[in-house]
Design a protein around this ligand. Structure first.
Ligand SMILES: [Zn+2]
Length: 123
């Protein structure tokens, strides 16, 4: 079937929904951390269902190992070591390493991705 190939408007809605979920997670984390973690779970489900990445701005706000919502100073520590952003998740002890340079490349790739998506849809 047409699994994985969703129309553009659907993907846009999926992105918007993920953004809303993460915004909500951020707001509610202080009082209801368990809700925040649940929102990340929901966003991940959307991401899988629509074969769309979680918006890049939120990419470092959840643990890639235990998938919990991360709030610097609360349940994670962010440090810059040798041009790498190290995010230490105190929920599970995992350390995410994000190189600085990759960020720029990812941004560039995101542009190309959205371009090829449009092209594919009209084929
Ligand atoms: Zn973790």
């Amino acid at each position: 079937m047409t699994r994985g190939k969703k129309p553009n408007w659907m993907i846009e809605i999926a992105k918007e929904r993920m953004d809303i979920l993460f915004n909500r997670a951020e707001k509610e984390y202080k009082e209801h951390p368990e809700r925040a973690h649940r929102y990340v779970e929901l966003a991940r489900k959307i991401s899988k269902k629509y074969n769309t990445k979680i918006p890049q701005v939120w990419g470092r706000r959840y643990c890639k190992n235990c998938y919990k919502f991360l709030v610097p100073g609360h349940n994670c520590t962010v440090r810059l070591i040798n041009n790498e952003i190290n995010i230490f998740c105190s929920e599970c002890g995992y350390i995410m390493k994000i190189p600085y340079i990759r960020e720029k490349k990812l941004k560039r790739r995101a542009k190309i991705d959205s371009y090829t998506f449009k092209k594919r849809d009209y084929e």
